[in-house]
Ligand binder design. Sequence first.
Ligand code: C5P
Length: 243
Amino acid sequence: MKEHAKQRLIFALDVDQFAEAEKWVSRLQENVGLFKIGKQLFTKCGPAVVQMVQERGGQVFLDLKYHDIPNTVAKAAVEACKLGVKMFNVHALGGLDMMRQTVAEVDAYCTAAEIERPTLLAVTILTSSTEETLRGVGIDRPVTEMVTTLARLTKDAGFDGVVASPKEAELIRAACGEDFQIVTPGVRPSFAAMDDQKRVTTPAEAIAAGATALVIGRPISAAADPLAAAGKILAEIETALGN
Ligand code: C5P
């Protein structure tokens, strides 16, 4: 049961040094199944940092949010598959053709290489964007409407799920059905500070709203005992799943 919950806890490796990333993975691997590597750490350390996580028994969520012409994104996605990552993401705003071509090339590569297809996720609208941000780029529609539209598009393209705020999880679950994955940052256990996250929920609330995995950084990294903090979050996930 703990293994099951561990696969739903993703620690955000928001550091810029290889050695520091290594320290966090060694420290947390007992209670954390996946480690999120984003633009900063990947730009600094490259594929070696992905390999480091895997060698220590962790899996990788490669959070590079690809957004480009279909051919470029599809080719980058295949390279992500070659790194053996467990999940990676694109921007749904790249459109249906971009996501469809990505699915096609990833499927072809994974079948030929006889490896399991990674979880393909799309970001709908970044939670840092407001209605005003959207108007500024010429989109005159409410954020929630855009999130639902883009989540449906992601599903239609054959992707596995989206990255979204836990506050949007119910809406997405209703629009995209039971099998769709919803990975949510912006989660704060009751024992942690809010930091700069504003629209937050607890791990249990996020799971109840339909989240399938949680991205958590500072509530773990800033805790006096990070491994114990991850353990408490795991216990909350297990309870929420009814295990
Ligand atoms: O430390 P914290 O738990 O806030 O870290 C959450 C992680 O999820 C960070 O890597 C942050 O960049 C990312 N994220 C987020 N909100 C989003 C999308 C990603 O906090 N909407």
